[in-house]
Design a protein around this ligand. Structure first.
Ligand code: NCD
Length: 305
């Protein structure tokens, strides 16, 4: 109650921005946001460091989405407030992975399955898609995972992430065709081709047979395969993304997945503000303690008490 969230999005977003904001409001807080570079002082050349310190004086927690990998970590280095990565370029998207995992666990609970040993197929632009980068790392905390990574050759999962999954004892199968890969998948996690992050020649490498529609699902999936996608799905002609002809199929979990963004993000804030033990036990307002010095460079006499 009374806390303010700074929701700073320097890249397009619908669900991440709105669900972070809605989650914070539902906890009793208020949200201030900025969208795009044009409407922030970064357009005037302000650094991430200065932006971070300035915003820290106004709010109690910060969510940042930015087109450059590593930029959110840089933002966090210049403040003592909690900073949540809402997507840093082709890097990571950790709260998406948390809500994806929460979705998998809920869908599996309904089907009487556990996560350990599950066969998870990740399909599409695994090179630029940050959601799958975070998801493979998170799922690798479980035991005996069997990852099927399905991507055209130029859009494969970064080798470091594949090696980390292998080193953690999981099976990783990398294939370039949808046809011979999905059989037996417990989860099919489709992703959008990240056109905005690539040049013309790598775009051409994306073949039409990557389209996931009713026909592909009938041929390749089990009756209980959970079909997921971080969304948005690209509906432009020739995009070959997850097809709308699957809408209404009970295996399609995409809107249960987006709905799960609210409880998961509501859980993240109290943990980061150090009040989860209060929120979990009763419905009274939870007081949080703001750091004495907001930025690492602040002089000790900065505040007038
Ligand atoms: C994803 C993202 O921004 O990384 N969207 C999301 O946050 N749910 C996926 C995408 O843009 O393709």
């Amino acid at each position: 109650e009374g806390a303010v969230l700074g929701n700073l999005f320097f890249e397009p977003s619908t669900r991440t921005r709105v669900s972070f904001g809605a989650a914070f409001c539902r906890l009793g807080g208020a949200v201030c946001d900025t969208t795009g570079f044009t409407f922030s002082s970064m357009a005037k050349g302000e650094s991430i460091a200065d932006t971070s310190r300035v915003v820290s004086g106004y709010v109690d927690a910060i969510v940042v989405r930015h087109p450059d990998q590593g930029s959110v970590a840089e933002f966090a280095r210049h403040t003592h407030l909690p900073v949540i990565n809402g997507g840093d370029g082709t890097g990571e998207h950790p709260t998406q992975a948390l809500l994806d995992l929460y979705t998998i666990r809920r869908e599996f609970a309904r089907l009487g399955k556990g996560v350990d040993g599950a066969r998870v197929a990740m399909v599409g632009d695994l090179r630029h898609g940050r959601t799958v980068h975070s998801l493979i790392r998170l799922l690798s905390l479980y035991k005996g995972m069997r990852f099927q990574l399905v991507a055209p050759r130029s859009l494969e999962m970064p080798p470091a992430l594949v090696e980390a999954a292998l080193a953690a004892g999981h099976e990783v199968e990398q294939v370039t065709s949808l046809a011979d890969s999905l059989r037996g998948a417990d989860v099919l996690y489709a992703t959008r081709i990240q056109k905005e992050r690539m040049s013309g020649e790598s775009m051409e490498a994306y073949p039409a047979d990557f389209r996931i529609d009713r026909r592909a699902l009938a041929a390749l999936c089990r009756p209980d395969t959970v079909v997921m996608h971080p969304l948005p799905r690209d509906g432009t002609p020739g995009a070959n993304d997850l097809s709308t002809d699957l809408d209404g199929d009970p295996r399609l979990a995409i809107f249960r997945q987006t709905d799960n963004g609210i409880p998961v993000r509501m859980a993240v804030f109290p943990v980061l503000l150090g009040v989860d033990h209060l929120v979990g036990r009763d419905l009274r307002d939870a007081p949080w303690i703001a750091p004495g010095r907001l930025g690492p460079g602040d002089a000790p006499f900065h505040r007038i008490d």
